[in-house]
Write a protein that binds this ligand. Sequence first.
Ligand SMILES: [Zn+2]
Length: 93
Amino acid sequence: MKNKHKLKVRCMKCGKEWKKETEKDWSPDDFTSSLCNPCFREVVAPTIRRKQLKEGNFDCFGRTTDYCDQLECKYRTFCLRLSEKPERDSVSV
Ligand SMILES: [Zn+2]
């Protein structure tokens, strides 16, 4: 008999823990190390901003919270996705 558990994830940078919505056959003690959205954004932002500038866009990656009018920017979806409410069921620290 298998129980479905939500995968626990811990941010490597700030140590925040949350549970992933994906249901898999994990044991309750399973942890995976990752980066939470804010930390991940922090890590990739400098690289992506350089690319944005090179491509003639504003280096606005990660600076918006929920709206972006740069429809042509190819990082737009990515950027907005990362700025969504971090993670459901997250444990605040
Ligand atoms: Zn983090």
